[in-house]
Design a binder for this molecule. Structure first.
Ligand code: 5MM
Length: 337
């Protein structure tokens, strides 16, 4: 294992003012997103949208890495070069989603285990040779009546740790993403407890598998009530609960936390990150690996203005700038106007 390379990559990804763009929607998810804005989904339309996104002139001020899907890492950028080469040339590291999706967990209705360990070593080696320097694997944990089960927590933690060990052996920094979903009517305290359970099980498994923690990034949910819960919590409470949880339940050797947005609006995800960065110092960088919270408005704008790409670039530039400011705790709501 090349621990120097892993540390260098992980630290690069959470460098000052920068974070990760999650653009690794599988074809099913991307098709839903494109059809939602009136665009037919095809390899060509997915490529057109993403190549345009990666060509935004100031992207690298806020984006250190982009998570790609298998289809995208094999496609071309706006100048005809390969997407991984294009990103490297812009000082942005290509990453790759290596799980093959959340599949029904045997004997546990409504729960899933994320799969993709078969052939993972060979796929990682191929992705590294194509230029990828980090990877992502997302486990999905649902809160509900009697959920999550111990089986869901432990099978997903085991898979995350085995994935992480294989990635590191192949020179890729693993992003470990145990996502506790916002779906449901639970309160924030329940989200906190389940997130602690998921993280604790994951670190236990990482220890058994010999995962090198300074060469790992964690992609967690923030602590929030379920979408259907009767009361919301304010920005400060979410930030305080999330920061307390991370300080207590994440090994301090990890260089960075790169949050998912999980269905929060673009402004909510930015406000929460900004508040957390104002609550420092922290033992690790607090950054982003947002999908929807960086792309939602940009996708709509691109779909409506395909003859004038400067429009979607300017919307994406704004979101990137807001996320960049939130890394320093320097964002404020009036900047959104
Ligand atoms: C970008 O979406 C990612 C891939 O999702 P599917 O495998 O379901 O197509 C997803 O894993 C994403 O990286 C995380 O959920 C974070 O994205 P958000 O939108 O929650 O920040």
């Amino acid at each position: 294992m090349d621990t120097d390379l892993l540390e260098e990559t992980a630290n690069f990804l959470v460098g000052p003012g920068r974070g990760i763009l999650a653009a690794d929607e599988s074809n099913g998810t991307m098709s839903k997103r494109l059809e939602g804005v009136g665009v037919a989904s095809s390899p060509e339309s997915r490529n057109a949208y993403r190549a345009n996104l990666f060509a935004m002139p100031t992207m690298s001020e806020a984006i250190s890495g982009v998570i790609l899907y298998d289809e995208t890492i094999r496609q071309q950028a706006v100048d005809g070069t390969s997407i991984p080469d294009y990103l490297h040339a812009r000082n942005v590291l290509p990453g790759i989603k290596v799980d093959t999706g959340a599949k029904p967990l045997a004997g546990h209705e409504n729960e899933t285990v994320t799969e993709g360990l078969d052939g993972l070593r060979e796929r990682c080696a191929e992705y590294f040779s194509m230029g990828a320097r980090f990877a992502k694997w997302r486990a999905v944990i649902k809160i509900g009546n009697g959920l999550p089960s111990d089986a869901c927590i432990s099978t997903n933690a085991h898979a995350l740790a085995r994935y992480a060990a294989i990635c590191q052996e192949q020179g890729l920094v693993p992003i470990i993403e145990p996502e506790v979903l916002m779906e449901g009517n639970h309160d924030a305290a329940r989200c906190y407890d389940v997130t602690v359970d998921a993280l604790s099980a994951t670190w236990d498994e990482c220890k058994i598998q010999g995962v090198y923690l300074p060469g790992v990034l964690l992609k967690p949910n923030m602590v929030l009530p379920g979408k259907d819960h009767s009361t919301r919590i304010d920005v400060e409470t979410c930030a305080r609960m999330t920061v307390d949880l991370l300080h207590e339940h994440v090994p301090h050797e990890i260089p960075g936390i790169v949050f998912l947005s999980g269905g929060q609006t673009e402004v909510e995800a930015t406000a929460h990150l900004n508040m957390m960065n104002n609550m420092g110092p922290h033992p690790f960088e607090l950054s982003y690996s947002y999908g929807r919270a960086l792309q939602a408005t940009t996708l709509k704008t691109w779909a409506d203005n395909q003859n004038d790409l400067s429009k979607s670039h300017s919307v994406f530039a704004h979101r990137c700038k807001m996320a960049h400011l939130a890394r320093f705790g320097k964002w404020s709501e009036d900047l959104e106007a």
